[in-house]
Write a protein that binds this ligand. Sequence first.
Ligand code: NDP
Length: 333
Amino acid sequence: MQGRKILITGGTGQVARPVAEALAPDNEVWCLGRFGDRTAREELEERGARTFTWDMDSGDLDGLPRDFTHVLHSAVYRGESGDFDGTVRVNSVGTARLMTHCATAEAFLYVSSGVVYDRADPTHRYRESDPLGVGAPWLPTYPVAKLAAEGVVRGLAEALALPTVIARLNIAYGPYGHGGVPMIMFREMLRGQPCAVPREGQNYCNPVHTDDIVRQVPLLWEAARTRARVVNWGGDEEVGMTDLLEYMSALTGVPVTLDRGDRSRGTAMFDHTLRRDLIGDCSVGWKEGIARTLAELFEEYRDRIDVADVPGAPVVPVVPDVSDMPVATQRSV
Ligand code: NDP
C-alpha cells in the first residue's frame, strides 16, 4: 500500500502501533491520541508518522485534514472506572465525530471485539450472526462500549455512504504495547501471581499475531462496504488459554500457578468462514508467535527460548513489508 493518506486512532496501542509503523514509510500516516506515552509519540514520529492530539472524550478535531483515504479506528476506552454512561458516551461520540470528519474516505475500519458475543459453551465457534450480549464479568463496561460503538459505526456508514468494515478481533498479541493478553498473563506468572482459569476445562481463543494484523488491515479496507461488513478477525488456530500458559512456562522456566474459579477472562473461538473468504489465512503459528513475542519483550529469557524447537521462528520479529499490499478500491457499496 503506497501513497495513501491514512488516519489511525489507538496508534500508541498494542494493535494499531505496528500497523502505523509499517504503513508510515510509504504513505502519509496520521496517528491520533492523547499520547500520555510521550516516548511512543516520538517513536511514531521517528518512523515517519504525523501525530495529532485528540481525546475521544472532548472530541475536538479542528485543524485535522479531512481528505483521508483510509481510516483505522482502534482507540478504545474500556471503562475501567465502571462508569457505563461515560464509557458509552466516550466511545460512541468519539467514533461519530471521527466518521463524520472522514466522511469522504474510501474505507473505514473499526476494530471491535469478540467480547460482543453472548457467551455460549466454551467450545462454541461464534459466527458473525450469533446472538450478541454484554456478559464480561471481568470488565462489564467493555462489551457495552464495543456494542454501542458498533451501532454508531453501522449507522454512520450508511448515513454517510462511507464504506466500512467492523472487524471483531480475537486475542491479539505481539511485541508492542502491553503485548496482549498472553503477555499480561506472563507478567502475572513473573510476579508469582496465580493465573485465573475456569473451574473446569479451559478458555479457548484464536490468537492472532500483530504481523498478521499488519498484513490484513489493507485487506480489510478492501472489504469495506457502505452497509458495514462485520467480520470475525482472529488467528487460524484454536488454542486453550491454559495450554498457552503452560507453553510459556515450558519455554521460559517461569512456573505457572492456575487459579481455578469463576473470574477468568472469557475468550471466544471464531468461525473463520467469512474472514477466510475476505482476507485469507494467517501466516504466524501461535507457538512460533508466542516464542518470538516472549523473546522480544522479555530480554532476560531470550537466550533460554530455544527457537530451534519452534519451527520457523526468528528471535527478532520483523515488521512485515506492506508496500506491495493492494490499495483498497475506490468507494464501493
Ligand atoms: P491498548 O489498550 O493497547 O491501547 C488503547 C489505545 O486507545 C491507545 O492507543 C490510546 O491512546 C487510545 N485511547 C484510549 N482512550 C482514548 C481517548 N479517550 N482518546 C483517544 N484515544 C484513546 O488497546 P489495544 O491495542 O489492545 O486494542 C485496540 C483495539 O482492539 C481496541 O478497540 C480493542 O477494543 C480491540 N481489541 C483488542 C484486543 C487485544 O487482544 N488487544 C482483542 C479484541 C479487541 P492514547 O493513550 O495515546 O490516547
